[in-house]
Design a protein around this ligand. Structure first.
Ligand code: HEC
Ligand code: HEC
Length: 459
């Protein structure tokens, strides 16, 4: 009798131990040496280094899913017109920033600011006056709304534009190397009506669109794990969630994940907002164009198309890393870690389990971002709060794919306003919570700096 009990007991212990060992073997616990570092987007990674690297569909979709992806892709590329009897892409304007999604997201990639004094094409300016509305969103500017639309259909005046010029400043690295930085200067021009003196504005260059589905699917725990709003660990880096409003579910307090200030909780909100603000298209989500409230209520694009556009964004694959075994790249990665970059550009996240849509479910991904807000110092500040983000804070942008920007978009410009022309300039603009990481970077030797850059190029 006693013996049987003992056997049962032993069997139980064995079972418990195996299940502990087994749970340690879940992908989360993989050592870096066991992990295929090329797979930045887990199973949603694609091996493509061409100019089309940001525009690939993820694996594991059904034929019907692929068809919807294609419909969304089609509308992403379509040029909208004010009225048409043949095209479904109607309702442009009356004021807008661009004629199509793809003109700002060329090859599903990022935009660029113009050369000094030239007009801008793939960026825009968000506007507000101090204060918040009932949802915690910034207050629109009377006569202008939340964004400056610099173009208009025939018979309507554009709201105005912004003249962009640059001031050049030089910073020295520890080894004596000079780094020239360009600081943008903005001046409103051709305004159609007066702008209040207390207007706040935020320049935004467009960002690439791949991997959005994974970003949306990252589990809340995976994001909250890195948050340290009161800097309890005393490393000088806080990391706060931007809690924002979802205009589809009408819920507040949602984790913001999208945009340079993480002011948007999910892809569909972003798509509907882009249609409304950037192209002047009303949807059931945003049926009113701020500037033309008298015309409000008419829905120009049906939900089915908004859903297809959203699904297209959700199912764009992440390009694989290159040269991960290269010795210099590996050295660069170590320097990225010891310099403290990884404290914000967090290298690992898990997506939540989603039984209804398996391709994005339970993935281990390497976006190199904590998706949290950080005070980046005055030099980068826009002074325009957005939900919980202050005028000094920006969301850590994911770094996956940045090594392909040159090939996809023909430039290596970085940061929210594209002021940095390469990686070194981008780091030299880091301040605030990132000051010590920047100081560490400045102390690197040329060989170490080159290695760190080579690591970034491999992403
Ligand atoms: C006038 C230029 C412009 C147009 C047109 C435009 N976008 Fe964007 N897009 C931007 C900018 C700028 C951002 C960054 C916005 C921010 O920080 O809030 C952005 C961000 C995004 C993001 C989030 C990227 C990220 O990493 O957070 C998605 C998704 C997106 N746009 C989709 C679209 C879709 C879909 C359309 C067409 C319906 C579209 N965009 C049209 C400029 C544009
Ligand atoms: C305190 C958090 C923090 C630390 C530490 C940090 N960064 Fe950043 N990084 C950010 C934020 C936030 C931005 C966006 C700032 C902006 O757009 O104005 C950014 C932007 C970047 C960009 C441009 C990304 C893009 O999409 O345009 C690069 C490249 C970059 N960081 C590399 C580094 C490197 C290399 C280090 C270490 C030397 C580092 N960062 C340390 C928070 C951080």
């Amino acid at each position: 009798m006693i013996k049987t009990k003992l056997y049962i007991y032993i069997a139980f212990i064995l079972l418990a131990t195996t299940s502990i060992i087994y749970s340690c073997r879940k992908p989360q616990a993989l050592e870096d040496s066991e992990w295929d570092e090329r797979m930045s987007g887990g199973d949603c990674t694609v091996f493509d280094e061409s100019a089309g690297a940001f525009g690939n569909v993820i694996n594991g979709l059904s034929d019907e899913d692929r068809r919807v992806h294609g419909v969304g892709d089609g509308f992403f590329d379509k040029t909208f017109v004010p009225v048409s009897t043949t095209s479904p892409a109607v309702g442009l304007g009356p004021v807008f920033n661009q004629l199509s999604c793809v003109r700002c997201h060329i090859n599903a990639g990022r935009g660029t600011p113009p050369l000094s004094g030239q007009p801008y094409q793939s960026m825009f300016f968000k506007l507000s006056v101090p204060g918040v509305d009932t949802h915690g969103a910034p207050l629109p500017v009377p006569g202008y709304g939340a964004q400056l639309q610099d173009k208009a259909i025939a018979g309507t005046n554009p709201e105005g534009t912004v003249m962009i010029t640059y001031n050049y400043i030089t910073e020295k690295l520890a080894d004596g190397t000079d780094v020239q930085l360009r600081q943008p200067i903005y001046q409103f021009a051709n305004l159609y009506t007066s702008m209040p003196a207390n207007v706040l504005y935020s320049p935004r260059v467009s960002r690439s669109n791949f991997g959005m589905g994974l970003i949306e699917a990252i589990s809340e725990e995976s994001i909250l794990r890195n948050a340290d709003p009161n800097d309890i660990n005393g490393d000088g880096i806080s990391g706060r969630v931007n809690y924002v409003y979802d205009y589809i579910t009408h819920q507040g307090n949602c984790i913001g994940r999208i945009g340079w200030k993480a002011a948007v909780p999910n892809i569909k909100n972003q798509v509907a907002k882009a249609l409304n603000e950037d192209i002047g298209i009303t949807t059931s989500i945003f049926p009113i164009e701020y500037e033309t409230t008298q015309q409000g209520g008419k829905i120009e694009l049906p939900d089915s198309i908004v859903n297809a556009l959203t699904f297209y964004m959700k199912t764009l694959a992440v390009p694989a890393r290159r040269n991960v075994k290269d010795e210099t790249v590996r050295t660069g990665k170590k320097l990225f870690i010891v310099s403290g970059c990884v404290k914000c550009h967090a290298d690992k996240h898990e997506t939540a389990t989603d039984v209804s849509f398996k391709p994005l479910s339970g993935q281990i991904i390497r976006p190199y971002s904590d998706f949290l807000l950080h005070d980046m110092g005055l030099a980068l500040a826009d002074g325009r709060p957005e939900f919980d983000a202050t005028g000094n804070e920006w969301r850590t942008p994911p770094l996956w794919g940045i090594g392909l920007n040159q090939r996809v978009n023909g430039n290596t410009n970085l940061l929210h306003d594209g002021r940095a022309r390469n990686y070194i300039e981008a780091v030299m603009w880091h301040g605030g919570e990132a000051q010590s990481a920047k100081d560490n970077f400045k102390k690197l030797t040329k060989a170490e700096r080159d290695a760190l850059v080579k690591f970034l190029e491999s992403l």
